[in-house]
Design a protein around this ligand. Structure first.
Ligand code: B12
Ligand code: SF4
Length: 501
């Protein structure tokens, strides 16, 4: 039974756009299971305005007032926003502020001015112990995974072992019992209609077309891409199994709620890079149950690892209609050393395999990192040549490299003098804009019908000598926007096709 009343209420805040917010929804369920009330506040960035207006801060303050504590989920990308919010709450309320998530876990010292407690690593058990301790006014100094901030320094303590049986983690909280969302400058009570609206606006909207339910069937990853936080997170747990899978039965139990919870959801999104790495037997069981109990179209992320014809056959038969493959997680040619040793051959063979399923699925999406300060022009040309070997149709998605704090790549950038203090502040936390260089334009052309041999030709030395220069970058601004507009129109057409399916 949930005991209502401020003495038992914890407020959890999610300051990002995608309100599927697995982190705080799982924590909300843990708190409720332990008899606490959880109020979830969602603060999507409105119209590109990452700051929070004074009226919004005031409303959030009112919603947090009188709670046991306010917990905020912190990724580095939102550090400034969360810092502003926390400063405001600390000034105006007498309620402890708790930061959890990837940023405090990897960069605890950077959080001391804003939080009273940091949750390092997994929060399921720690948050309940913290709530119990605060509710009975007991000591909060010795809770594993909770590091108090005392006089602006972190008091480090021991970490709990990783949850090995992740089937024990409760399903995300979608009760909407006491949830609020920022909409047009107001914190409004979240209804099913709002949920539908915001889930439709999620980050993979162009792929999904309609509202979708996001979940994960695993935790951790056994690859080691140097731009990703995964390696640093794993290093906190030496000797422990880091990549953990939920059992197919447990995933299906969660998904069988979707039709009731979200009648509007048109598909399910598995948002983990490790989806295809499960053993074939597990995938077989998952697909058998999925077809029987869930039977909704689904799409997922992946890497060039683990894809086999047999797995794809089973998954497509069960409703898989699109995959997004992170190519950089398999590119050994790059000087950036993104990957843990995959070869171009692996990328090409995965792409060939996906090509075989083209008549039964949407063209695959390939995620490509651009604008790495470690890449020479020759590295980029190698990537263009590699991509030009993949048979169309496909869609490339480009992400400018973000040097996330605590990653191997950020450390290397600092060592090699590629980042001074100012750059570190700017680049490590905010996703930069994609450069409009000649070579990036060639990459964009791969998304069009321009023949691939022509793109390879345009990437040859004489053209690079003429065009891969600053003057081109400046004038390419308008060309770039034009190509994007054409692609946008194409995407809308494919959304309409999807909506008809
Ligand atoms: C799934 C995922 C996504 C999904 C969905 C995110 C979502 N809305 O839930 C998608 C694909 C949309 C996504 C997008 C992005 N992601 Co992402 N994502 C992940 C991934 C693979 C899993 C996160 C997850 O849901 N885990 C399951 C939940 C249960 O775990 P959790 O959130 O970590 O929460 C647990 C603990 O951290 C803790 N905790 C968390 N918050 C709090 C708060 C309190 C108060 C307490 C006590 C505890 C606590 O308790 C939770 C339960 O154990 C992680 C990788 C990873 N290993 O974490 C990257 C990761 C979090 N993403 C990352 C990034 C950078 C992004 C993007 C900014 C990428 C980009 N450049 O656009 C975007 C922005 C997202 C946004 N603004 O909404 C980085 C963050 C790095 C950093 N230093 O902050 C990670 C670590 C991957 C990486 N590249 O290194 N992401
Ligand atoms: S495959 Fe994905 S989750 Fe795994 S290390 Fe690489 S980027 Fe990170």
């Amino acid at each position: 039974m949930i005991l209502e009343g401020p003495a038992r209420k914890v407020v959890l805040i999610w300051p990002y756009n995608d309100i599927s917010a697995l982190g705080i929804r799982v924590l909300g369920s843990c708190l409720k299971r332990a008899g606490f009330a959880a109020r979830l506040l969602f603060l999507p960035v409105e119209a590109g305005d990452r700051s929070l207006q004074p009226e919004v801060l005031q409303q959030v303050e009112e919603l947090c007032s009188g709670s046991l504590f306010v917990g905020i989920s912190v990724m580095s990308s939102c550090l400034q926003r969360v810092a502003l919010l926390s400063k405001h709450l600390k000034r105006s309320l007498d309620v402890p502020i708790v930061w959890g998530g990837v940023h405090p876990t990897l960069m605890p010292e950077q959080c001391v001015l804003f939080a009273d407690y940091l949750c390092i690593g997994e929060g399921e058990e720690a948050i309940v112990e913290l709530a119990e301790a605060i509710a009975r006014q007991g000591s909060v100094m010795d809770i594993r995974n909770i590091w108090p901030v005392v006089e602006k320094s972190v008091r480090r303590g021991p970490l709990r072992p990783l949850i090995q049986n992740i089937d024990l983690v409760p399903f995300p909280d979608y009760e909407l019992a006491d949830d609020y969302v920022l909409y047009e400058g107001q914190m409004i009570r979240m209804t099913r209609d709002h949920l539908e609206f915001f889930l439709q606006e999620g980050p993979v909207k162009p792929i999904a077309g309609s509202g979708y339910y996001t979940t994960m069937t695993s935790r951790g990853c056994d690859l080691n891409c140097s731009f990703c936080s995964n390696g640093s997170l794993r290093s906190l747990y030496p000797g422990q199994r880091w990549l953990r899978y939920r059992s197919p039965g447990n995933v299906i139990e969660e998904l069988s709620r979707v039709r009731n919870l979200m009648p509007f959801a048109g598909s399910v999104f598995f948002c983990e890079d490790t989806f295809f790495q499960r053993a074939t037997g597990q995938i077989e069981e998952f697909c058998r149950l999925y077809k029987r109990e869930v039977s909704m179209p689904f799409f997922c992320l992946g890497t060039p690892y683990g894809l086999t014809r047999e797995k794809l056959e089973l998954l497509v038969d069960a409703g898989l209609y699109l995959v997004q493959i992170a190519i950089e997680a398999g590119n050994s040619q790059s000087a950036t050393g993104y990957s843990s040793g995959a070869t171009d051959q692996r990328v090409l063979s995965s792409a060939r395999l996906l090509g075989e399923f083209c008549s039964r699925m949407f063209p695959p999406h390939y995620e490509v990192i651009v604008d790495s300060p470690f890449d020479s022009a020759e590295d980029v040309v190698q990537r263009i040549r590699l991509l030009a070997r993949i048979k169309r149709p496909y869609r490339l998605q480009f992400s400018p490299l973000t040097l996330l704090p605590g990653t191997e790549l950020a450390a290397r950038a600092r060592r090699e003098g590629l980042l001074n203090q100012e750059d570190a502040k700017r680049l490590c936390y905010q996703r930069p804009c994609q450069r409009k260089s000649y070579l990036n334009c060639l990459l964009l052309l791969l998304n069009t019908y321009v023949p691939r041999f022509l793109i390879r030709f345009l990437a040859s030395r004489p053209f690079r000598f003429l065009f891969n220069r600053r003057y081109f970058e400046r004038s390419a601004e308008s060309l770039h926007s034009l190509i994007k507009a054409v692609l946008g129109a194409r995407r809308q057409a494919s959304e309409r096709t999807l909506a008809r399916l």
